[in-house]
Design a protein around this ligand. Sequence first.
Ligand SMILES: Cc1cc2nc3c(=O)[nH]c(=O)nc-3n(C[C@H](O)[C@H](O)[C@H](O)COP(=O)(O)OP(=O)(O)OC[C@H]3O[C@@H](n4cnc5c(N)ncnc54)[C@H](O)[C@@H]3O)c2cc1C
Length: 518
Amino acid sequence: MIKEIELKLLPEQAANPDIIRQKAIKKSGFPKRRVKDIQQLRRSIDARKSKPIVSLRVAVHIDEAPGSAPNLLNNLQQVAQQDPVIIVGSGPAGYFAALELIELGLKPIIFERGKDIRARRKDLRSIQKYGIVHPHSNYCFGEGGAGTYSDGKLYTRSHKRGDIYKTLRILVEHGANSDILIDAHPHIGSNKLPQIVANIRKTILQHGGQIHFESCVTNLVMAKENIRGVIVNEQSEHLAKAVILATGHSARDIYYLLDGHGIKVEAKAFALGVRIEHPQTLIDRIQYNQSPREEHLPASSYRLACQVNGRGVYSFCMCPGGLVVPAATAPGEIVVNGMSLSKRNSAHANSGTVVAITLEDLAPFKDKGVFSALELQRSVEQSLFQFGDGSQRAPAQRLTDFVNGELSESLPKSSYIPGLYSASLHELLPKGIYQRLQEAVQIFGHKMRGYYTEEANVIGTESRTSSPVRIPRNPETYMHHEVDGLFPCGEGSGYAGGIISAAMDGQNVARAVKKVYG
Ligand SMILES: Cc1cc2nc3c(=O)[nH]c(=O)nc-3n(C[C@H](O)[C@H](O)[C@H](O)COP(=O)(O)OP(=O)(O)OC[C@H]3O[C@@H](n4cnc5c(N)ncnc54)[C@H](O)[C@@H]3O)c2cc1C
């Protein structure tokens, strides 16, 4: 028999398995000798009270010990001799599609424009240190995609889109801490993700899949309304009955390539703004009412949203104890994003703060048709670069100066390694976006007393929030409306956003591909 129980514990109690056990047994009402095991099912922090409380749901196993969880890797087949399926991109969508194909008995052949994890790391260092952006190997491109050196938050709202538990279990079976199975806001961290991604690569190869790095898909092999395969590095042709296009939100060349072939793509709404970085101690003081925070509490986070002049302005990808990183995918752009290490122990808390883009912002780019949103995104990123000194140093302003439209005389300390310089972001951002951000951060200051402070940096620009283009597909077959065999997948297709939703989309698309093969 299993009895589920809710426990409310102090953080130091929740960190002690003996205390959890004692309290769970007591609350279960069963004698200790009959309790065979206690399993944690769900863990969340309630910081609304003056003293934060950890809520735990546990399963008390009475008279019978639980069986061990099934190993999902046992479901994988040897597929070296099976029908090939081409996957373009090795991000969460591409790698999880590959694992699912292997489970279904098909052979994934992955082409990835970037380098493997280890070689990619060197290119990241050269962005951080020398401001040199490699167009195929950066924070978005390379093994594991944008997910590898990301924050590794695994929270998703897309519960209806797939089996979140399976996706998380696969990550655990490849080296993630099993805490991600119980935490309300699971997180891995960019120091742990690379090894997990490398382990997934090993699984794919061991089961007969293929992975080709530094292999950019530069063209498609088309036969009327069917896709037959892809051209890699403008040279070699590779054929398969199905092509999964999992190229992420930053592969602008792919959108133009599809359009060049007359394959329909659509403009898609996205959001654009800045990244705001506070001292973590300040956020802890606001959220936990304590600073420094006690040992057993994680760095605190926030989520903020409001409407300004009919549009949503919201915090995005909040990274407690994190770092702001340069996420451009081509030379000549300034793009920032956020990540954190597993311990989330940096001195800074950052989050994107972005405004939903509408037709009003796209008016100057009307002649770009379906690429109007993409070109707005590119133009903001390039204009910030041109304003700077040719490096990856990012323009920044104190939050209060940003609101008052004044250049900052000095800037607070930042985690952004290439460095910040003081700039008039209030003049550099499109007016409609700046004005909404200006008002929103003051509203956020009322919602979270202390948020609106001169101690925070506003850093430009947070522009890769999601894809500005959608590749339309049939919701049942997952295939492009007009092209047989072409399966748009993951964030770049416009149907997913974030690591888990992209991974689940990869799994769904793989199952759809299996139907094509019968
Ligand atoms: C710094 C940072 C932090 C983030 N933090 C989080 C987070 O904490 N939580 C979260 O859920 N999400 C986070 N994200 C977003 C998340 O990483 C993406 O949503 C997710 O990776 C999308 O997965 P995907 O597989 O669809 O695309 P991607 O991960 O973008 O992968 C696409 C892959 O395709 C490859 N590719 C592109 N074009 C070609 C081509 N022509 N030929 C061959 N290969 C090609 C690229 O090199 C890339 O490897 C973060 C992103 C960044 C940049």
